[in-house]
Design a protein around this ligand. Structure first.
Ligand code: PLP
Length: 418
């Protein structure tokens, strides 16, 4: 199909040309004397994005799933109890992993579309007087339902209950797009992947661990080899990795971090909020609802949009892809067919997102959903125009004078002509 594919799944996100160019490198010796010059600054700048001064950053050649596993297997032992809420497909998969690793998970079943239930976390922690719960698992942004939850709130729940459990946070679809404050929120293990806010291909599982988390490493008896923190710490201390790193990913990460820090993290977060608000204005104008049940849970990185009863979200997604070259996110597991998702994170601006909104609008009309043509696009446009920052005054070049009818050539006076 001619023209660009419009990639609007909530990860992988668009990789900017600047990053693609940075990744286009010849392979080199990852044990050379100059290699530490590449690796060292990455760990420093990753910590800035996680907002941690003291956290230890890890870069695994993996994805978010690998980062989940690394956080569990380096800090816990078989049979340990952990507490987690299940309120979407990704919180579910992390629970499933914990169970398959041999941990006992106290699951707080929560309706999909709601945020993580901070009060129920608190109640469970307060009831655990013997401190058998060793870790709390918390999904900051549930990508399947477009729901953002209150990490600071769960920290308060732990503190109020005077509970020493580790706080593990899945920030796969939040970190580098939404405000994330590892130190301030007392997060012990924060995990993410490279293919969302970092605007890279999938291929890095990124973890930051607090000192308290690292102190659990020696006692933790879950099996680990590839994801062993100890091997990584030893090799990283000299600027190297314990196994062959993916060089293009590291060069890409260097560029990604430079872009995020040049834009400024707070500006990145504000841009994501603005883009999300415009998308939500479109959803409202279509007369549709988000899966997220309350505004306090609305995600600034992904909107999960419920299709009206009697329609199949998968059909909207299929038509959008085959007819308009637009990739929308699917409804997952129990949300299959009930919704489609627009990812609005990463390297993105208003006009790109208008393309996705227009494409979703056309695909919905194609399957018979009654939306007024142009309504979503118009609402998003209005939101973005009305909230746009005023432009600084600048001197424009003077306007060209209006064309004048050519004056008739003056005749020389008769006397002068002689
Ligand atoms: N956690 C969340 C919130 C996610 O959105 C995803 C993937 O989309 C994952 C975990 C799993 O990450 P990955 O697919 O990179 O393994």
């Amino acid at each position: 199909m001619p023209g660009r594919n419009f990639l609007f799944v909530p990860g992988p996100t668009n990789t900017p040309d600047r990053i693609l160019r940075a990744m286009h490198v010849a392979m080199e010796d990852h044990r050379s004397s100059t290699f530490p010059g590449l690796a060292g600054p990455l760990f420093r700048d990753i910590r800035k994005v996680f907002k941690t001064e003291t956290g230890q950053a890890f870069l695994f050649p993996a994805s978010g799933t690998g980062a989940w596993e690394a956080s569990l297997c380096n800090t816990l032992s078989p049979g340990d109890r952990v507490l987690a809420a299940r309120f979407g497909q990704f919180s579910h998969l992390w629970i499933d992993m914990a169970q398959r690793l041999g941990l006992k998970v106290d699951v707080l079943e929560t309706e999909w579309g709601e945020g993580a239930p901070v009060e129920r976390y608190h109640a469970a922690l307060a009831a655990d007087k013997a401190h058998e719960i060793k870790a709390v698992l918390f999904t900051h942004n549930e990508t399947a339902t477009g729901v953002t939850s209150d990490v600071a709130g769960v920290r308060r729940a732990l503190d109020d209950a005077k509970h020493p459990a580790l706080l593990m946070v899945d920030g796969v679809s939040s970190i580098a797009s939404l405000d994330f404050r590892m130190d301030e929120w007392g997060v012990d293990l924060a995990v993410t992947g490279s293919q969302k806010g970092f605007m890279l291909p999938a291929g890095l599982g990124i973890v930051c661990a607090s000192k308290k988390a690292l102190a659990c490493y020696d006692k933790a008896k879950l099996a680990r080899v590839f994801f062993d923190f100890g091997d990584m710490i030893k090799a990283n201390a000299t600027g190297y990795f314990p196994y062959t790193p993916s060089l293009p990913m590291l060069y890409g990460l260097r560029e990604s971090l430079a872009m995020l820090l040049e834009e400024g993290l707070e500006n990145v977060f504000a841009r994501h909020h603005r883009l999300a608000e415009g998308t939500r204005a479109a959803v409202k104008a279509w007369g549709l609802s988000l899966c997220a049940k309350e505004p306090k849970w609305y995600s600034d990185t992904v909107s999960a949009i419920l299709v009206p009863p009697g329609f199949n979200g998968a059909e909207v997604i299929d038509i959008a892809y085959r007819r308009y070259d637009l990739a929308l996110g699917a409804g997952l597991a129990r949300m299959a067919g009930k919704l489609f998702r627009i990812g609005h994170l990463g390297d993105l601006n208003e006009l790109m997102l208008l393309g996705a909104i227009a494409g979703a609008e056309m695909a919905m009309r194609d399957v018979g959903i009654k939306v007024t043509p142009g309504s979503g696009v118009g609402a998003a446009e209005e939101y973005w125009r009305s909230t746009a920052k005023p432009l600084e005054k600048r001197d424009l070049p003077p306007r060209a004078p209006d064309a004048q009818p050519a004056a008739p050539a003056a005749r020389p006076p008769v006397a002068a002509a002689r």
